[in-house]
Ligand binder design. Structure first.
Ligand code: ZN
Length: 365
């Protein structure tokens, strides 16, 4: 009798353990951070000392480093050689996206696109190249001879887009700015924006109504996608639709070849979580195949490499906490509290790894 009771108790214990294990295995925990292979789809490696890459290896991250057209050829070539050096040193772990110099000399003539394409043709054959990056200078600063802003749907850029598409590469586009940029400082949702635009009034579009509007930026990008249905497009910074997941939903539904990275805009998801967590969580689950984890972390060398490594590590860890747990959290960037999204494991695997591999066609190790 006694042994039967023991057997019965053991069976119950076994079932409980199995159920508990079964349940908990649907979600990752903080402890899983290290063991899960992850990809940061948007970083800027600006040094050759290997510090960023070593931290990435320690935290089990692969990296996609993107170049930015700051409008200076020497700077752009330097970014290119650092990115290509890193991709060479860490094959299968570091990938990169060169940018092209948008020199307005000759703009409007065939020679302009021929020159850009000839440089790009060399650059994209470099090992580790997975995309071409285009930047917000298109739409925000570049002007033609008549003083009109050059937008991304301009016919003059078309041959370049056709070339990239023809090579089977995606375009990674940071176009426009956060919507906050067009709002008065006191209406901005996150303090990273309000402090940045307070310090840089020249970039604060609320003060410059003569510049293209937020809607103009989004419209030009949408026009470009409509004109190039076969183009794979990864919109940086939640496609500059960071302020509202519903508005992003509209674009993702309309453009099946568009995905977005979350870089530097996770705080906007957190801000929306503070208002309506379920809406953000449902969005991440519904569009689990279209979202790429990314931070926009940059590293250009440091005297205190330990501090840099700690900062990179803590940024990654904090984001992990937001996506995998349902803990209550706070941000330095706004005052409301919010709860982590606790996304299911398979959704995390896509956002943190599989989507980058698929959208960027990465040959991972
Ligand atoms: Zn960036």
């Amino acid at each position: 009798m006694k042994s039967n009771v023991m057997k019965y108790i053991s069976l119950i214990l076994f079932c409980c353990t199995f159920l508990l294990h079964g349940c908990s295995s649907n979600y990752y925990a903080m402890d899983d951070f290290q063991s899960v292979t992850k990809i940061d789809s948007h970083v800027h490696i600006g040094a050759d000392d290997g510090v960023f890459e070593e931290q990435a290896a320690d935290d089990n991250f692969l990296l996609v480093t993107l170049n930015v057209d700051h409008g200076d050829s020497a700077n752009l070539r330097r970014q290119f050689s650092l990115a290509s050096l890193s991709a060479q040193k860490y094959p299968g772990r570091v990938f990169f996206g060169p940018a092209f110099l948008f020199d307005t000399t000759g703009w409007g003539k065939d020679e302009w696109s021929k020159k850009v394409i000839s440089q790009l043709d060399k650059d994209i054959s470099t090992p580790g190249v997975i995309t071409v990056k285009i930047w917000k200078n298109i739409g925000m600063t570049l002007r033609d001879r008549e003083g009109n802003f050059i937008m991304v749907d301009d016919q003059g850029i078309k041959p370049v887009i056709e070339f990239i598409k023809g090579k089977g590469l995606p375009i990674t586009g940071h176009l426009g700015e956060p919507k906050n940029c067009w709002l008065p400082l006191n209406e901005m949702t996150v303090s990273s924006d309000s402090s940045y635009f307070a310090e840089h009034p020249q970039y604060h579009m609320f003060l410059h109504p003569e510049y293209p509007s937020y809607e103009d930026q989004i419209r030009a990008r949408d026009n470009m996608l409509e004109a190039n249905p076969g183009l794979t497009f990864i919109g940086c910074h939640l496609g500059s639709l960071e302020w509202n997941v519903d508005s992003l939903t509209d674009r993702l539904d309309k453009y099946p070849n568009m995905a977005v990275d979350m870089s530097a805009r996770i705080c906007h998801l957190q801000y929306q979580s503070s208002e309506n967590r379920e809406r953000v969580r449902d969005f991440c689950i519904k569009y689990q195949d279209r979202l790429l984890y990314g931070t926009d972390l940059g590293y250009s060398g440091s005297r205190d490499t330990e501090a840099s490594r700690r900062y990179i590590h803590e940024t990654w860890l904090d984001d992990w906490k937001y996506f995998v747990t349902d803990e209550e959290m706070t941000s330095d960037l706004f005052k409301e509290k919010f709860k982590g999204l606790k996304l299911p494991k398979d959704v995390i695997d896509k956002i943190y790894y599989e989507n980058a591999v698929k959208w960027y066609q990465l040959s991972v190790n």
